[in-house]
Design a protein around this ligand. Structure first.
Ligand SMILES: Cc1cc2nc3c(=O)[nH]c(=O)nc-3n(C[C@H](O)[C@H](O)[C@H](O)COP(=O)(O)O)c2cc1C
Length: 440
């Protein structure tokens, strides 16, 4: 893949709690500490992402308390579907994909809510279909987490019933015909009568086609069952990978699995995670990131020791690791990068300020460093784009939009403007209304 290809990367953005992807972002002086409960902030952040021409917002979710420490803010919005409704009214182009569990919902409810959102947003909705595997989530429904096979069997049934419900109002049964006096021909708004082992629905769902027909399916995960689901149903996979080689292997695996399921591999987009920090110098960028690392630095220092095969305590924070016998712990894929930083002579504190114990790669420094990372991965075929987790929404979205996006545009890596106004249009994926006929 080279820059002469006209393929351009997709960019999405994680939107969670109203502060930033770092759980300590709520303490930053630039944010209102009550933003968790103020949806106006989420709307403003969505508008900033739209100004950057991002293709989608991604809402992680879990139906339970996610706050693990008193110093951390929860990482989810109050309710992502309702948050999306507020954002839909205040934006015009950006897509929005929410996570919703197939274990703790019923297809009819979720199909109805998502398609209503797709109508009101003008066809900009996606659904990240996950099983949910947190016992705390299960307990909120009086249940226990089922084994993987059961969870994914239910997910398969759930997605298909949902899609059948979405297509149960036939496209040419809309709009209403004033002349004939027929609002909707009931021969074209028909039951689906689907029953699986876990879920069932009679239908129909009395909602006409949206501007993009129906919502787009996203998937997050990567376990063998997750890949099988994604290969059959998803257009977007929200991924996590720490090296471009691993990302490429994950993307290739998905593309091959999609081809085996009878689909065109280009119908499935692998989106790698990214947690960048941009500032004029590397030192300034490290200090920006360090603000979020400091509150938990004591716990992280011992974990870093485990990653490097040595014992570390807070006394070591301002020392380099010169002279120590270090090795990258193979059980944590981030260890190799931590080892490189140690060998470059950074102090323990600065290694941690590099975001080394975070969920995704963290390029840190001037905008070029972030753009280079993205271009390198994209041209390597590691991904079809990135979902960016800004540390602090209040500042980092604008910094990314004003500094990284123009570089990517100049380099021909990212589009200059929206070519469409629906999620399917942004993603360059074909139409699907109802079930995928190839899978029936
Ligand atoms: C990048 C990424 C994001 C995820 N986001 C969510 C989420 O928001 N909510 C959720 O319940 N699970 C989420 N998951 C978990 C997966 O759906 C899945 O449960 C997990 O990868 C474990 O696989 P398994 O369920 O097959 O055991 C995410 C996974 C990844 C890799």
């Amino acid at each position: 893949m080279t820059t002469t290809d006209n393929r351009k990367m997709l960019i999405g953005m994680q939107l969670g709690n109203g502060y930033g992807a770092q759980v300590t972002a709520w303490r930053h002086p630039s944010v209102d500490v009550e933003n968790y409960a103020k949806l106006d902030a989420h709307v403003r952040y969505a508008q900033k992402a739209e100004r950057g021409k991002f293709q989608f917002l991604f809402f992680p979710d879990s139906p339970n308390q996610t706050q693990k420490h008193p110093a951390d803010a929860p990482q989810m919005t109050l309710d992502p579907l309702i948050t999306m409704a507020a954002i839909a009214r205040e934006t015009t182009h950006i897509g929005m994909a929410t996570t919703a569990s197939t274990s703790w919902n019923e297809p009819y409810n979720l199909a109805r809510q998502l398609k209503t959102l797709d109508m009101m947003s003008g066809g900009r909705i996606g659904w990240n279909a996950v099983t949910g595997s947190d016992p705390m989530g299960a307990a909120n429904f009086g249940q226990e987490v089922a084994d993987s096979a059961q969870r994914y069997q239910r997910l398969h049934e759930f997605v298909q019933i949902t899609q059948a419900l979405w297509g149960s109002w036939e496209e040419d049964a809309w709009p209403p015909q004033r002349e004939t006096g027929v609002f909707a021909d009931l021969n074209k708004v028909r039951p689906i009568n689907l029953r699986g082992q876990h879920v069932a629905s009679r239908g129909p769902l009395p909602i006409p086609p949206s501007k993009q027909g129906q919502p787009v399916i996203f998937q997050a995960g990567g376990s063998p069952n997750g890949v099988e689901v994604a290969a059959r149903h998803a257009n977007v996979v929200i991924g996590a990978a720490f090296t471009k080689e691993d990302a490429k292997a994950q993307r290739d695996r998905l593309r091959n699995a999609a081809a085996e399921a009878g689909r065109d591999p280009d119908e499935i987009k692998f989106i790698a995670g990214l947690m960048p920090t941009v500032a004029p110098t590397v030192r300034q960028a490290l200090d920006r990131r360090g603000f979020f690392v400091e509150p938990h630095i004591r716990q992280r220092v011992s974990y870093l020791g485990m990653m490097l095969g040595t014992t570390l305590s807070e006394q070591d924070l301002d020392s380099t690791l010169e002279g120590r016998n270090l090795r990258a712990n193979p059980s944590d894929p981030r260890s190799q990068r931590a080892l490189e930083l140690a060998q470059e002579g950074w102090t323990v504190r600065d290694i941690l300020y590099h975001g080394i114990i975070d969920f995704h790669p963290s390029p840190i420094g001037p905008a070029e460093v972030v753009a280079d990372h993205m271009q390198e991965w994209f041209e390597f075929g590691a991904c079809d784009g990135f979902w960016v987790s800004p540390s602090l929404y209040e500042e980092d979205i604008d910094i990314f939009v004003d500094q990284v996006v123009p570089l990517l545009q100049e380099r021909g890596q990212f589009h200059a403007d929206y070519e469409a106004d629906t999620s399917r249009g942004h993603l360059g994926i074909g139409k699907q209304y109802g079930l995928d006929p190839r899978l029936q």
